[in-house]
Design a protein around this ligand. Structure first.
Ligand SMILES: *[C@@H]1O[C@H](CO)[C@@H](O)[C@H](O)[C@H]1NC(C)=O
Length: 562
């Protein structure tokens, strides 16, 4: 008996770094405040089920997720509301489960819960994160994997595991003013900061002779990461839920929100090797060095000593180039193979105001409205003139091919643009200078490019009615207005998305809360005076959904952080 239990304990210890218990497709997510020290520095955070990143959520393709998000947040220096987005999942017929506060729902009030129920309709590597204020930067985020029992990629690997990359701050997001500068890089939730203690780093355990599908997920709020593993090649086989023709490189730059499945062949001598993730920005020497184990984790072969690697970075870089990525199946982009070959072309313009530090899209600084766009549509609003925020909603008709042209070179880039409700064919990649309609990569976060005068183009088919936000995945830029909503097929949206009662209850509960719970105390940045500048004022909706402040004469307030 004694033998048995201590043996089990030893086994658990050796596998613990990679084998955190996964949950799903039916599970409860407790969103709580907790002091955590992922890099040796302790600070208050907001986390899911006590962990950062939150637990891996899994399902088999075709199953239904039922994820009950229970809001137990209480720290007045961080966001108290919450709302969870399932990044990369299309939510066909369940737009109201997309989790984007102000777009598809009101936040879940503290002390309340909301069950997200939606289909796991495509296999691949995804993630979940808060889509309310800057909350995911404080820790509400984690990986999702949807397994395909007959995976067409299975021939390429023997085992699979998840590697998350993120930056980390020593202060809560609401107290960051000016340009946010990260203190450390976390790989699978562990890291070190320059000059900090020698805390444990994440270890990925492998066995010589096996091939590992590493599902690399950027859960970053800001910087991109250049990912590499000493002495090993990386074979990319999946991009954001899409199988791609395998391509071998040794370095992958990954922007906030992006994911790659990378096969690592454990073919080197038994030993320890550095896994490296160099961020594009950070405090002190974070973005230029690996000294003392910063920006690093450990690849550990079975049989290797329990010590840190002494391996050196590969001197020749063979970096992944986006134009080299091609879908494994159905590679053609929708529409005709020419620059004006879509049914509808949307030319976006972008701006940055150095005085206000706000971004604009088509002249409008995006601020999530207090009445979610979906609720506005369910209440009868249909046209861009009727929908709030003014200038922030573009309507697109059903069953058409839409091409969105995005000019490159916007300040503060490279900006990763993410589309909800769809992935898209990148018919013109960043800094490429040419189109590809034949076999362009399909993904859901695209680099909008740095080359002034050039542009990036994406195409998607409007087969999914509902309002979908298209935004920069640098969360601080979303907070500064870098977003627009595509209201897809607004006339068909109510019928296509039958919202449950539990969803309808979210707004009345949230709107009844006092302002100091709706907004963090530290930075009273959430309260913005607005004049309703559209025919659909939030105060003209049915009484049972009307925010309480509609009854107050005088100023009106938005309920979300700008
Ligand atoms: C979009 O911009 C391109 C290039 O400037 C132009 O040729 C095209 O007519 C524009 N389309 C729309 C719908 O504005």
């Amino acid at each position: 008996m004694r033998w048995g239990s201590s043996f089990t304990f030893v086994l658990f210890l050796t596998t613990a770094p990679v084998a955190k218990a996964a949950i799903g497709p039916v599970a409860t997510l407790y969103v709580v405040n907790k002091n955590i020290s992922p890099d040796g520095f302790t600070r208050p955070a907001s986390v899911v089920n006590g962990a950062h990143p939150g637990p891996l959520i899994i399902a088999k393709k075709g199953e239904t997720f039922k994820l009950n998000a229970v809001n137990q947040l209480s720290d007045i220096t961080q966001e108290r509301g919450t709302s969870i987005h399932w990044h990369g999942l299309f939510q066909k017929g369940t737009n109201f489960m997309d989790g984007a506060a102000g777009i598809t729902q009101c936040p879940i009030a503290p002390g309340n819960a909301f069950q997200y129920s939606f289909s796991a309709d495509s296999a691949g590597t995804f993630w979940y994160h808060s889509h309310f204020g800057l909350q995911y930067c404080d820790g509400v985020r984690g990986p999702i994997v949807i397994y395909d029992p007959s995976d067409p990629l299975k021939a390429f690997y023997d085992e699979s595991t998840v590697i998350t990359l993120s930056e980390w701050y020593h202060t809560v997001a609401s107290s960051i003013s000016g340009i946010p500068v990260a203190d450390s890089t976390l790989i699978n939730g562990k890291g070190r900061f320059p000059g900090g203690p020698k805390t444990d780093l994440a270890a990925v355990n492998v066995q010589q002779g096996k091939r590992y599908r590493l599902r690399v997920i950027s859960i970053s709020c800001g910087p991109s990461f250049t990912f590499s593993i000493d002495d090993h090649n990386l074979r990319v086989i999946e991009v954001e839920g899409n199988a791609v023709r395998p391509i071998t490189v040794n370095s992958v730059n990954i922007l906030a929100g992006q994911r790659y499945s990378i096969v690592l062949d454990a073919c080197q001598p038994i030993g320890n090797y550095w896994i490296r993730a160099m961020p594009s920005s950070g405090r002190r020497n974070l973005p230029i060095s690996f000294d003392g184990g910063i920006n690093s984790a450990i690849l550990r072969y079975k049989g290797a000593p329990n010590s840190e690697p002494t391996s050196v970075k590969q001197t020749t870089t063979n970096a992944l180039v986006e134009t080299d990525l091609h879908p494994l199946v159905s590679p053609f982009a929708p529409g005709r193979p020419q620059a004006d070959g879509a049914d509808m072309t949307v030319n976006l313009t972008f701006g940055f105001d150095p005085t206000t530090k706000k971004y604009s899209v088509n002249g409008a600084v995006f601020e999530p409205p207090s009445v979610p766009v979906l609720l506005q549509i369910l209440n009868g609003a249909r046209t861009p003139e009727e929908l709030l925020p003014a200038g922030g909603v573009i309507t697109v008709p059903r069953n058409k091919v839409i091409q969105v042209n995005v000019p490159s070179g916007l300040r503060g880039g490279p900006h990763p643009l993410h589309m909800h409700g769809h992935d898209f064919s990148v018919v013109r990649c960043a800094d490429a200078g040419h189109f590809n309609f034949l076999d362009p990569v399909r993904r859901d976060v695209v680099n909008m490019g740095q080359t002034r005068g050039d542009f990036v183009s994406i195409r998607f088919k409007t087969d999914n009615p509902g309002p979908w936000i298209f935004h920069c995945h640098i969360d601080f830029h979303l907070g500064a207005g870098l977003a627009i909503v595509f209201a897809e097929a607004p006339y068909q949206t109510p019928k296509a998305n039958p919202a449950p009662e539990s969803w309808k209850n979210l707004c009345p509960i949230w709107d009844a809360l006092p302002d100091d719970i709706k907004h963090t105390k530290l930075a009273d940045k959430g309260v913005v005076n607005v004049t309703p500048n559209s025919r659909l004022s939030p105060c003209t909706i049915p009484a049972f959904l009307r925010p309480s402040w509609c009854e107050v004469s005088g100023s009106r307030y938005l309920s979300f952080n700008p």
